[in-house]
Design a protein around this ligand. Structure first.
Ligand code: UDP
Ligand code: MG
Length: 337
């Protein structure tokens, strides 16, 4: 039994399409037809990776049928429903294309828009994000929360996108392989990839009504997005050196406590008043203890990050490309001889 991701470290073909599928039996045939048509028109060598995220309907049989008739399709069946983010992560792990495009199985994305993303890509971007300029969904429950979320995410992560929620996006191979996904973080990939120093562009795409079935999400998603955002902002700003955040807070709070303490000491020595019953004394003590705690939490968090980087050989840098002469090793050997 083969479990867990298999590492692929260099692209083997031009294009991978990653599609999470959860209870989409009615969409799969149309998806295959429209996608094949669009991709053959594009004319690049491609693969489609459909991830069946534990569907309870007949998506299993439908996907297998497509795969049996089309060697460019690969299917990954999850054991149970792990969520859209997990499905995308499995797709990224398996993808072999130099460009990895994600899209929904419900045909809300138009496969013909992939061409537009690729055109932008050829201008030298690492991520091209679809931007649904005319959305078909209801205003109050979908477009308003999503407009607020987009501006919040753009502002706090520094990667300005009009449409984080659009699943039709294209990623460079290195980004797809390098980004660490968990929880419901798939919509934050462009923001998370900021760590790598990516160049991000947007391309307009169409928004269509769902062909068959219903959405898997409700309004509760909004709250999760806000909570996830807090985590993302933390990861982006302080992931490498958490001591800087906690340490700064510690110095601020502890410093204030020390100042109050010094004031009370001087006050007592100069005026010979009692300070034992002053609330200010308690505050000073509390702040100083808090300050020490902040700093030590920071040090512990720093050690954890060290373990993370060293035990998993996570680099603290990302490389765009390497250039060196082809026969470098040969000439090195010659020199040694
Ligand atoms: N999806 C999934 N696992 C889930 C929920 C959704 O793989 O637990 C897939 C779903 O089949 C679709 C895509 O993720 O291809 C987006 O889901 P949906 O269309 O329900 O979201 P919406 O378009 O309403 O945001
Ligand atoms: Mg949808």
């Amino acid at each position: 039994m083969n479990q867990g991701p298999t590492a692929i470290d260099a692209p083997e073909l031009e294009l991978s399409i990653v599609i999470p599928v959860y209870n989409e039996e009615g969409n799969i045939e149309t998806l295959h037809r429209e996608l094949t048509e669009a991709l053959e028109a594009i004319g690049r060598e491609y693969e489609v990776i459909a991830i069946n995220d534990g569907s309870q309907d007949r998506s299993y049989e439908r996907l297998n049928a497509v795969q049996a008739g089309d060697r460019r399709w690969h299917i990954i069946h999850f054991r149970r429903n792990f969520g859209q983010t997990a499905a995308m992560a499995a797709g990224f792990d398996a993808a072999r294309g130099e460009i990895v495009v994600t899209m929904d199985a419900d045909l809300q994305n138009d496969p013909r828009d992939i061409q537009g993303l690729l055109d932008k890509f050829d201008d030298g971007y690492d991520i091209v994000s679809g931007w649904r300029q005319e959305r078909k969904e209801p205003f109050l429950l979908r477009r308003l929360p999503s407009a607020i979320a987009n501006s919040l995410i753009s502002r706090s992560t520094g990667i300005k996108l009009h449409d984080y929620g659009c699943t039709l996006k294209a990623y460079h191979f290195d980004v797809a392989k390098g980004v660490q996904l968990y929880g419901e973080l798939h919509r934050f990939i462009p923001a998370l990839a900021r760590q790598m120093g990516v160049r991000v562009a947007e391309a307009p795409v169409k928004d269509r009504a769902r062909r068959w079935g219903s959405s898997k999400y409700g309004i509760s998603r909004t709250f999760k997005v806000v909570l996830d955002l807090i985590v993302v902002v933390f990861i982006l700003s302080y992931f490498n050196r958490p001591l800087y955040v906690f340490g700064a807070a510690g110095f601020l709070v502890g410093g204030l406590g020390a100042l109050l303490g010094a004031y009370l000491t001087v006050f007592k020595l100069l005026t010979e008043n009692k300070i034992g019953d002053r609330p200010l004394l308690q505050l000073a003590a509390l702040l100083m203890v808090l300050g020490v705690q902040f700093v030590s939490t920071g040090i512990v968090a720093d050690m954890i990050m060290r373990t993370y980087h060293e035990s998993q050989h996570k680099p603290i840098y990302f490389i765009r490309e390497r250039r060196r002469a082809e026969n470098d090793s040969e000439s090195a050997e010659l020199e040694e001889a």
